[in-house]
Design a protein around this ligand. Structure first.
Ligand code: CO8
Length: 160
């Protein structure tokens, strides 16, 4: 298992899922294990929907972040989430460690589709497939509506 750089996007990156300084975010860190990225995370009470259960939208946010980091950690690219298809098989319990795993199902230079599994105690709580658009710098800047910060540029695909 190899720990991935937890903050390749620089000190000011604002991501809810992985910014180390986000006031209410998940603060996720990832490792590479073979052809997967892996994270571990224990949801606190601030992430509840029903009592004792993590809000389903936040469970999906966790899956999105795992998949985004599969693109970063396995393809050395940044992808913008284009499609999310997930099934929530079981409730995600508050206070119990979640293991998240992401792997590449298929990819081209322009898109990547990632398989994600979130489990608690070895039992799947979410499985899904998420597709990411890998943009060149100009397209990323059109999406952002402004310049792509310098630290993010190396994760863009080359312009064609
Ligand atoms: C620091 C770590 C942060 C991690 C955060 C987690 C990731 C995120 O939250 S990203 C933010 C959320 N996502 C967004 O805001 C994206 C919103 N959507 C968009 O901007 C656009 O629809 C976008 C960019 C995805 C695609 O735009 P579009 O104009 O279709 O781009 P285009 O260049 O034509 O398409 C690129 C490729 O994506 C494919 N694609 C586009 N949409 C989809 C989709 N829904 N499903 C599958 N493939 C798609 C296209 O077919 C094309 O593939 P190909 O070139 O092989 O035919």
């Amino acid at each position: 298992m190899t720990d991935l750089d937890p903050n390749p996007f620089g000190p000011d990156q604002p991501c809810f899922g992985c910014s180390p300084d986000h006031p209410i975010g998940f603060h996720l860190r990832f490792a590479r294990e073979g052809d997967e990225v892996v994270t571990r995370f224990t949801p606190g009470p601030q992430y509840q929907g029903p009592p004792g259960i993590m809000h389903g939208g936040l469970v999906t946010t966790l899956a999105d972040e795992v998949a985004a980091w599969a693109v970063i950690g396995l393809l050395d690219r940044f992808g913008f989430t284009a499609s999310i298809q997930v099934r929530l098989h079981r409730p995600m319990r508050i206070g119990v460690e979640v293991e998240g795993r992401g792997s590449i199902l298929r990819h081209s230079s322009r898109t990547a589709t990632i398989a994600v599994r979130l489990s608690q105690g070895g039992v799947d709580a979410l499985t899904g497939e998420l597709t990411f658009a890998i943009l060149d710098q100009a397209a990323a800047e059109r999406l952002l509506g402004g310049p792509l910060p310098e630290a993010w540029r190396r994760f863009s695909r080359a312009s064609t």
